[in-house]
Structures are given as C-alpha cells and as structure tokens.
Write a protein that binds this ligand. Structure first.
Ligand code: ZN
Length: 123
C-alpha cells in the first residue's frame, strides 16, 4: 500500500525533528494530483504513530486543488482527475500546483505536563 510508506516517512520526519516532544497535531497539504489519497493517509496515520511520540496526535489534511496550464491554447484549468488533459484536447500540460505533499505544520507539547497515557475517551 502506497500510502502506508508515505505516512511512515511523514511520521519519521516529524519524530526525527522533534524527538522529545509530544506531538498533538500534524497538518499536511496534499495536492489533488499527488496521487495520494487523504483518507488512506488518515487510516495509516493511526497505525504508524502507534508507539511513537506522535501517538494520539490529530491529523489535519488540507487538499490543494490541481492547476494546470496548457502549452497549446494557453488556458489555465483545474483537471478533474489524475489524467491531465486540457479541455482543448492537448496533452502539452504544465502542472502549476496540486502535486505537493508536505507537512504544513506540527503542534506539540513541550515541557513536563505530558500524561503517561492517552485520556480514556471512548467515542
Ligand atoms: Zn489547451
């Protein structure tokens, strides 16, 4: 599963940069053309963070819409799928945005108030 490896690398990157912090929230930006399915990342996140300092953290995903520019007719357009094709039929497409996959921000608790266990909240 593609998203599992991606989620692992995100969690590794955060844990590596903030090894002593208790992470409470991770915000990601996922482009519509990145090929990454946000729901799959959400699903994998809980699995991957288990036993790390990201365990129990909230995951917020901002989906960035795709923008493309056609080299033939000059139109900017938003592709409605992973196949980028200009409405004029051209495949000479330059992708302007929507391929990103990045960590936008991370919130964490530093200091000594970290509870040893997650609060026992059962939804
Ligand atoms: Zn075009």
């Amino acid at each position: 599963m593609h998203e599992l490896a991606i989620t692992e690398s995100i969690v590794d990157a955060v844990a590596e940069r903030l090894p002593d912090a208790r992470i409470t929230c991770v915000c990601l930006e996922i482009g519509a053309l990145s090929g990454v399915v946000p729901d799959s990342v959400r699903f994998c996140f809980d699995l991957v963070t288990e036993g790390t300092n990201l365990e129990g953290a909230r995951l917020e995903i901002t989906e960035v819409p795709g923008r493309c520019h056609c080299g033939v007719c000059g139109a900017d357009f938003e592709p409605d799928g992973p196949i980028t094709l200009c409405p004029c039929g051209s495949i000479e497409i330059k992708v302007l945005s929507g391929q990103e996959l990045k960590i936008a921000s991370v919130q964490c608790l530093t200091g000594g108030t970290t509870p040893p266990h997650k609060p026992a909240e059962v939804a």
